[in-house]
Design a protein. Structure first.
Length: 160
């Protein structure tokens, strides 16, 4: 996957990813229009399909709301790369089909750089600067879930 980088800091919580005031709207496309708006008002307007979020520690902390990774995925985010993730966000992201990569790439990227990520090989490249990083690829069973678009389509594929 390849996309433009949006860089953020530590502790980006689920209330910032999708503010609680939008949780009464169950249309994920509508929620996606408000993704990260309190942190970066340009994000939801300017994010493009495949763009990559690079962040610091504890991305997705806060409540366990599944809407946070859903809003990012439906906004067009192709992957989130962070030093660390809140465990429930990490699993919710995989469950909805949003790739997550644990890697400290904060020194490797600036907002606007172009990232190329190979999930299977564990390689990330900053195509703007030529810098390359390596990460531990997700286990095959999680990659299978991501390839199938999330846990529900993955399970349906296996059952039918």
């Amino acid at each position: 996957m390849r996309g433009r980088v949006w860089k953020y800091g530590d502790h980006v919580n689920t209330d910032v990813i999708i503010p609680g005031r939008y949780l009464d709207d169950y249309d994920v496309r509508s929620m996606a229009k408000h993704a990260l708006e309190d942190l970066d008002p340009r994000f939801a307007r300017d994010v493009a399909y495949g763009d990559v979020i690079v962040a610091g520690r504890n991305f997705g902390c806060g409540s366990s709301r599944e809407q946070a990774p859903l809003a990012l995925k439906h906004a067009g985010v192709g992957a989130v790369v962070a030093i660390s993730f809140a465990r429930i966000f990490f699993r919710n992201a995989v469950n909805v089909g949003l790739p997550v990569v644990e890697l400290d790439a904060t020194g490797m990227f600036e907002s606007g750089d172009v990232a190329l990520i190979n999930l299977e090989k564990g390689i990330i490249v900053n195509e703007t600067t030529g810098r390359t990083g390596r990460f531990e690829p997700l286990p095959d069973f999680l990659l299978d879930i991501l390839r199938d678009g999330g846990l529900v389509p993955h399970t349906a594929k296996r059952l039918y």
